[in-house]
Ligand binder design. Structure first.
Ligand code: ATP
Length: 423
């Protein structure tokens, strides 16, 4: 088996995309008489700054010889990659051998590429010492992603599907013609085997990208037949070609466990803590809430405006609620992707009501407790009262319209508490 890793062939302005380049390489392999056994769409660390959009890298598992694989991939990069875009820095890595048996350092490199940062030189050293062919263009930084894509099959054990339908190339840059009603009907019929196809509350066809580029729509899910079926049921402008990818999207592969006092920017975490004070909505509609641990360490968390109705969940939090939060830390603030309510603070301390007339008591003077001025009843201090809560225990998440590619939707299951999935 030969493994081709490919990355960074795209440009923000021209709107190319590496999945398309990989699809062209796959077509070229077939035209050369080879077979493509598997296509991987691997999402790497979403915090990488020089990414174009979703930090995707691609791998093809094929039976053509390594030198043929490199020639075919290089030919596609030469034709497609946008060399005059300073942000585009393509790379191809070709490995000879079983993708599930890559050397341990390659597997570790792939795992770290989703959670951490790598330098191009580290990728080159490791590709060399592993005996892999590699080629770079304009600096070849794409070899980081390409090598990670080569190691991905061994590095991750959880895979989902994305079925991508591509536009006719000449139409790229023009508004996409996709019939929304057919998208909603197909999404409904296949849910939850296919997820994040639409956002039912925002009435948004999430599977249709906004950015320029050759993708018409991409359908995600746990079942290959379901995503194919949804794609087939969508009515739209003509599609030029389609491809089915195995992907680490929707798996939370980016999250690591951690503690509030040791988080670092550019990494994504799963963290336990207690709500420190009341959530606050700031300019722009972003909702902030601070988390604290038992040592008094605090971490601000935010639900940005585009997370829409998720912000109501965050606003419903109260001081003292016990949480697990998930998200990337950036500028010392955790950008919430989901959170679990582990315990709700259901009591508040209030000035007591008079047991006779029911009216609120008044202060009886400094350290004198409270007193009803009408009935003369007294109470030594404040009392506790139960608070009605709009949240339940369990996991809450951003809606499909705000989901990061790699974030795991609750509907996929496997969580350690009840879930409240958004759809
Ligand atoms: P698109 O979604 O349109 O395919 P993209 O968002 O995947 O684009 P790229 O243009 O591929 O973005 O740019 C990402 C760059 O970051 C690549 O050069 C890749 O090699 C590199 N990269 C990926 N992961 C890491 C990492 N963990 N550390 C450092 N560099 C990385």
């Amino acid at each position: 088996m030969t493994v081709i890793g490919l990355d960074d062939t795209d440009s923000r302005e021209r709107g190319m995309c590496t999945t398309y380049a990989a699809t062209l390489v796959a077509d070229a392999i077939r035209e050369a008489g080879g077979r493509v056994e598997r296509r991987l769409l691997v999402r790497l660390n979403p915090a990488v700054r020089h990414k174009t959009r979703g930090n995707a890298a691609l791998a093809l598992h094929t039976d053509v010889a390594p030198e043929t694989a490199m020639d075919l991939a290089a030919d596609v990069v030469d034709r497609l990659a946008v060399g005059d875009d300073p942000r585009t820095s393509p790379g191809v890595v070709v490995a000879d051998g079983d993708p599930s048996a890559v050397p341990e350092p390659v597997r570790t490199f792939a795992r770290d590429a989703v959670r951490d940062f790598h330098a191009t030189d580290d990728a080159l050293d490791l590709a060399e010492s592993s005996g892999y062919r590699h080629r770079g263009w304009s600096g070849g930084r794409g070899r980081i992603g390409a090598l990670a894509a080569v190691g991905a099959w061994a590095a991750f054990d959880e895979w989902t599907y994305e079925h991508i339908s591509y536009r006719e190339f000449d139409r790229c840059g023009t508004p996409r013609v996709v019939d929304d009603d057919s998208v909603f009907a197909a999404a409904e019929a296949a849910y939850p085997d296919a997820w994040d196809t639409v956002d039912t509350e925002e009435r948004q066809a999430v599977c249709v990208p906004n950015a320029p580029g050759p993708i018409l729509y991409g359908v995600r899910g746990d079942d290959a037949d379901a995503v194919r079926r949804v794609a087939g049921d969508i009515e739209s402008e003509p599609t030029e070609r389609t491809a089915l990818f195995l992907t680490n999207q929707g798996t939370d592969a980016h999250l690591r466990s951690g503690a509030l006092d040791s988080v670092e920017d550019g990494r994504a975490y799963r963290l336990d803590g207690r709500v420190y004070d009341a959530p606050e909505t700031r300019v722009g509609g972003h909702v902030f809430v601070t988390l604290a641990d038992e040592h008094g360490e605090t971490l601000p968390c935010v639900a940005f405006e585009p997370t829409k109705r998720f912000r109501d969940r965050v606003r419903a939090l109260r001081e003292g609620d016990e949480l697990t939060v998930c998200g990337e830390v950036s500028d010392g603030t955790l950008k919430l992707e989901k959170f679990a309510v582990r315990g709700l603070n259901r009591t508040e301390t209030v000035v007591p009501d008079c047991p006779e007339c029911g009216k609120r008591m008044k202060s009886a003077g400094r350290n004198q407790g409270y007193r009803c001025r009408t009935c003369g009843t007294k109470n030594a201090g404040k009392t506790e009262r139960e608070v009605q809560r709009d949240l339940e225990e369990g996991w809450y998440e951003v809606p499909p319209c705000a989901r990061r590619h790699v974030a795991k939707p609750l509907i996929r299951g496997g969580f350690d508490a009840p879930t409240h999935p958004e759809r």
